[in-house]
Design a binder for this molecule. Structure first.
Ligand SMILES: *[C@@H]1O[C@H](CO)[C@@H](O)[C@H](O)[C@H]1NC(C)=O
Ligand SMILES: *[C@@H]1O[C@H](CO)[C@@H](O)[C@H](O)[C@H]1NC(C)=O
Ligand SMILES: *[C@@H]1O[C@H](CO)[C@@H](O)[C@H](O)[C@H]1NC(C)=O
Ligand SMILES: *[C@@H]1O[C@H](CO)[C@@H](O)[C@H](O)[C@H]1NC(C)=O
Length: 429
C-alpha cells in the first residue's frame, strides 16, 4: 500500500482502518445521537472552506457538471442494460477535461462543447484551474476516508509524450501518463488492472476486460465509495425483507435495520421518500425512493434546482429504516457514454491529439470507467444505541427501501455529484 501512495495523490488514503470492512455506507445509518458526525451539519450547505474565493467561482462551474450528471442519468437507460448501475459523472467529466489539454482543433472544441463549458463566461485556463482546485480538495484526507478516485492515461511504449501535456495533466489533474507495451495486449491489460487495483486499494478490480488489437492510447477512470462505521448492531442478527423488482417479482434480501432520527423528506412532487446521510469530508448521500413504477418519471423530473430544494426542505424525524445490503459495481465503455454528449472525434481516426504526442496521429482506442458502491453492515463492538434509549423514542414511520431507488452522492462544498446510481435488484451482480 505504501508504494501506491508515492506520487499518487488522487488516491492517497490516510485511513486504511476501514480496509477490510470497506463498504459500509449504510453502517453510518445512524442518527443524530452523540458520536454521529451529523453534528456539524449546516442547512445552508456552507462550510469554512467557502470563504476561499476560488470556491465561489468554481461553485458556479459545479452546476454545469451537475446538469451534465443529470442528463447522463436520464440517458443511462439507452446504454447497455445493467440491472443496477452506479457511475461518477464528475470523474468522467474531469478525465475528459484533462484530455482536452492534449487535443487540438475540432477534437478539442468538441470536448469542451460536449462538457458544456461556456468559454465566454470562463476562459479555458480558468476551467482547468477550477478542476485543479476540485481535484486537490478531494485529495484531502477527510474525503479519502470514504473514496478512492483516480484517472490514468496509458500510451504505447515508444511514443514520446509531450512534456507540457505530461506536466499539466499531473499538476492540474493529478493524472499520470504511463507508457506500456500495448503490442503484448495480455500483459498490458494485466498492468492496467494491477495499477487500478493498487490505486483503489483493492476496491476496483479487473477494470479492463479486453483491449483492441491496435490500442495506442487508453484512459481509465475509477471511483469507489466506502461509508463510515457507526454501528448499533448485533453481529448474529441478520434481518431480511422482501424486495419488489420492477418486473413485479419479489426477492428476499438481507437488510440493515435502523431506528432513530434521520434526515427524511416526503417529497410529493417526486412521489418519493428522500433519505439524506452525512459523511466526513463534506459528503452527503441522497437515497430517493419513488412509489412503485415511478422510477422513470422521477429520473426525468430531477433537476439541479429540485435537488437543492430537497436540501433546504429536508428535516429530521424519527423513523424505522429498512435498507438492503448491497455492493454494486459497474463498468462503462466511455465511448458510448461520451457519444451521448456529442463527443466522438477523439475516438476516431480524425482525432487530433497532437498535444499528447506529435510524431504519429493517435486516437483514444479505449476508455473505461468503473464505479463501485457498497452498502453493508458492520457489527459494532459496543452498542451506541442502547435498548433503553430505543424504548424512549416515540414511534415513527417505517420506511422500507424495498423497491427500486436512486442514489446520489454529492460533495457539499461544491454541490457536485460524485456518484449517481440506480438500484433495481440488490441481489443482481
Ligand atoms: C442547468 O440546467 C438548467 C435547466 O435545465 C438551466 O436553467 C441552468 O442554466 C443550467 N445551468 C448551467 C450552469 O448550465
Ligand atoms: C414495501 O414497503 C411498503 C411500505 O412499508 C409496504 O407497504 C409494501 O408492502 C412493501 N412491499 C413488499 C414487496 O414487501
Ligand atoms: C411542487 O409542484 C408545485 C406544483 O407544480 C409547485 O408549485 C412547487 O413549487 C413544487 N415544489 C418544489 C419544491 O419543487
Ligand atoms: C413528474 O412531474 C410531473 C409534472 O410536474 C408530475 O405530474 C409527476 O407527478 C412527477 N412525477 C414524479 C415521480 O416525480
Amino acid at each position: 500500500m505504501a508504494t501506491a501512495m508515492v506520487g499518487d495523490p488522487w488516491t492517497t488514503r490516510t485511513m486504511p482502518r476501514s480496509f477490510s470492512h470497506s463498504f459500509l455506507l449504510l453502517a453510518g445509518l445512524c442518527c443524530l445521537l452523540p458520536g454521529s458526525q451529523t453534528r456539524d451539519y449546516q442547512k445552508t450547505g456552507a462550510s469554512d472552506s467557502d470563504k476561499n474565493p476560488e470556491h465561489t467561482q468554481c461553485q458556479n462551474f459545479a452546476s454545469t457538471i451537475t446538469n451534465i450528471s443529470l442528463s447522463l442519468l436520464q440517458k443511462a437507460s439507452n446504454w447497455p442494460k445493467q440491472t443496477n448501475f452506479v457511475f461518477s459523472p464528475m470523474s468522467i467529466v474531469t478525465a475528459f477535461a484533462m484530455l482536452s489539454l492534449g487535443a487540438k482543433g475540432s477534437t478539442h472544441k468538441e470536448i469542451l462543447n460536449g462538457l458544456k463549458f461556456d468559454l465566454m463566461m470562463m476562459p479555458e485556463m480558468e476551467v482547468h484551474k477550477c478542476f485543479q482546485h476540485l481535484v486537490h480538495t478531494f485529495l484531502q484526507p477527510n474525503y479519502q476516508v470514504h473514496m478512492t478516485l483516480g484517472s490514468s492515461l496509458f500510451i504505447n511504449k515508444g511514443l514520446k509524450v509531450e512534456n507540457k501535456f505530461k506536466k499539466m495533466a499531473m499538476e492540474l489533474y493529478n493524472s499520470e501518463v504511463i507508457s506500456i507495451n500495448f503490442r503484448d495486449s495480455q500483459t498490458a491489460k494485466m498492468q492496467i488492472n494491477k495499477h487500478v487495483m493498487k490505486r483503489s486499494y483493492g476496491h476496483v478490480l479487473k477494470i479492463i476486460k479486453d483491449l483492441p488489437i491496435d490500442t495506442v492510447l487508453a484512459l481509465v477512470t475509477h471511483i469507489s465509495f466506502n461509508g463510515v462505521q457507526i454501528g448499533e448492531f448485533e453481529p448474529e442478527h441478520v434481518d431480511t425483507m422482501e424486495f419488489q423488482l420492477d418486473s413485479g417479482k419479489v426477492v428476499i434480501v438481507p437488510i440493515v435495520k435502523r431506528q432513530g432520527t434521520f434526515y427524511l423528506l416526503k417529497d410529493k412532487n417526486l412521489s418519493s421518500w428522500v433519505l439524506m446521510q452525512h459523511y466526513a469530508g463534506n459528503i452527503i448521500a441522497f437515497f430517493i425512493l419513488p412509489e412503485l413504477g415511478k422510477m422513470e418519471e422521477l429520473i426525468q423530473n430531477l433537476s439541479h434546482k429540485h435537488l437543492n430544494s430537497i436540501h433546504r426542505r429536508i428535516s429530521t424525524r424519527i423513523s424505522n429504516l429498512h435498507f438492503p445490503k448491497l455492493t454494486v459495481s459497474t463498468t462503462y465503455d466511455l465511448k458510448t457514454v461520451m457519444n451521448t454528449l456529442g463527443i466522438t472525434q477523439i475516438f476516431s481516426s480524425k482525432a487530433d491529439l497532437s498535444k499528447v504526442t506529435k510524431k504519429v496521429p493517435v486516437k483514444l482506442s479505449k476508455a473505461v470507467h468503473k464505479a463501485m458502491l457498497g452498502i453493508e453492515d458492520k457489527p459494532s463492538e459496543a452498542s451506541e444505541f442502547p435498548d433503553l434509549y430505543k424504548a424512549l423514542l416515540p414511534d415513527g414511520p417505517t420506511i422500507e427501501f424495498n423497491r427500486s431507488f436512486l442514489v446520489i452522492i454529492k460533495d457539499k462544498t461544491f454541490n457536485l455529484p460524485f456518484l449517481v446510481g440506480k438500484i433495481e435488484d440488490p441481489k443482481a451482480q
